[in-house]
Design a protein around this ligand. Sequence first.
Ligand SMILES: Nc1ncnc2c1ncn2[C@@H]1O[C@H](COP(=O)(O)OP(=O)(O)OP(=O)(O)O)[C@@H](O)[C@H]1O
Length: 673
Amino acid sequence: MTETVTIFSDIIHLPNVGEKRAAALNDLGIFTIYDLLQHYPFRYEDLSVDNIAEIEDKQSVVLQGEVISEPVVSYFAYRKSRLNFTILVNGIPVPVTFFNQPYYKKQIKRNDHIIIYGRFDGLKKSLVAQRLLSSGGDLHEDGLEPVYPANAGIKQGGLRKLIKAAYDKYHLEIPEHVPLELKKKYRLIDHQEAVKNIHFPQDERMSQEAVRAIKFEEFFTFQLRLQETKMKKDQIDEAYIINYDVTAIQRFTDSLSFEPTGAQKRVVNEVCVDFKSPFRMRRMLQGDVGSGKTMVAAAAVVAAHSAGKQTAFMVPTEILAEQHASSLEEMFAQFDLSLALMTGSTTDKRKKEILHELSVGTIDLVVGTHALIQETVNFNELGFVIVDEQHRFGVNQRETLEKKGNFTNILYMTATPIPRSMALTSYGDMSMSIIDELPKGRKAIDTRWIQSSDDQKIDVLVEKALSQDSQVYVINALIDESETVDLQTALETYEKYRSQYEPQVKVGLLHGKMTADEKEHIMRAFKSNEIQILISTTVIEVGVDVPNANLMVIYDAERFGLAQLHQLRGRVGRGDQEAVCLLVGQPKTEIGKKRLSLMTESQDGFYLSEKDLELRGPGDIFGQRQSGLPKFKMADIIADYPILEVARKEALIYIKNKMKNTKTKEISHENRN
Ligand SMILES: Nc1ncnc2c1ncn2[C@@H]1O[C@H](COP(=O)(O)OP(=O)(O)OP(=O)(O)O)[C@@H](O)[C@H]1O
């Protein structure tokens, strides 16, 4: 039985596509026939005939004229050839040369009317021709010719022919996702029409209309998917309700040594509203560096506890787990709330105790690494899960933890401010909470930028910090993706600082080639002030808290993104002393300069992450693959943000209406029964 070929079938089913061509197409990201139709041009060549009176020197032109001399082929060098003849264009004779295309001689005859494309020499009034567009009785299609991303295995001409063939045969199967009323509202052409016009436009206006419709379609379908997942996950069930005691939260906030900021109070409230609702909470908490996320998490733990629910708090590394456990312990000092820490280093004996206590419910909160997702871990009444730096865990790991409870509410936290546009697109299926306010009295980190590695200036700062018993971070840039090169640079810096400062102070080295244990060991030594100067590559932890470190020197700062520099800078100034961050870098581009001067001007992570996105583009921030950002074929999250906003709003309305209609139908169905 032969398989029915549809627009979604493998590209190999198209005529003129063999294994080799299919492989070349695959390299361009084209796997199905529909992928091929969505392989959009990145520019157009204008193939309408030019007026010879208006053309300029070195311009690509299309000329139409009569051949007035016999075409002659002459050979030179090794297999090189020239085909020469003259055409008469509006009464002006124009000498034409085709290089290395002797075969055109057969198609071009004296007295023919032809149309050719090439580069015009204004001085000599001659044309170096590249293509014959029409000769004899051939029809020349006026208009714009698409130029596609291509490769050695499949070139422009081949792609154009394949796309044309695919369109002719399968255009009726091109899916339409945008509802008619939206197309009317935003004056969008049909998707099928748009695909046609993007590949075969008659003029610029048509191609622009196509681009607009395709971008909307891409964002709209993406948002529909996102919202649908959200709805599915938000199934109503009373079992999700956490009936907390509001006075417990009040007692907790009263017991703190500080007054929560407005943003902290607002976010605690947002979590509480979710707790009381019969939907599963899936909330992402974004907080700027040092904005006090831990307090918010703690208040939520107190709320869950007051309703008799246990909490699991998962973080990516042992150091962070220890850090969180100790600051939470401090916050719960006046509370009857039992906390345990469970990591890979927990002894077997202690682990056994914890496992037992978790299963009988005498531990209210367990903070830990992925040790928490082991099969042996069972809870008595797990109702709340917190995942810190969630992007560092796989989806499976997160789900395994969530499934350890029956109806768990989930709070994800991240210390990397995500620009609004990115957050909406990547995490649109979660609710979002933002802490964009720093605790009162927090001093700005004195951020300076020096152009060259002026050792003297750096030395003065390092010596000053050491004389005040402060500790120092020295960060080396990520030179390239290979850790080997990074390591080399870090090693050189390490040797330099050692020879300069040891044995009076101890210099430590941290890099990505170390095992997790070695890294933890060094970080611990730095935390406990056994090491005073820490030389590190970018492996230094997000969220690491060493309040005694008040100077950070960042070499080759121009190689970092703004968001990353901001994260790094946030490692200092966590105590009550003045902190300095010294950026050493000589950016070669204007953008590079702008980035470093922005760092000296702003301490606001959300502002900087937006700027970073503007300056670098989304792919550059973390590398497209790591960022988890969806890639669109035509639309661009940054440049087309206004369209994204509209598409998101409309997708939401569309889904809500759909749900309403389904309900109405169910009700009228019940009535009939
Ligand atoms: N409202 C507040 N007023 C004063 N100090 C606060 C307030 N909230 C939190 N803090 C203190 O600020 C410090 C930073 O808080 P926390 O560790 O929760 O920050 P964070 O959001 O996790 O930051 P990072 O992501 O940089 O680690 C802690 O020492 C905490 O006790």
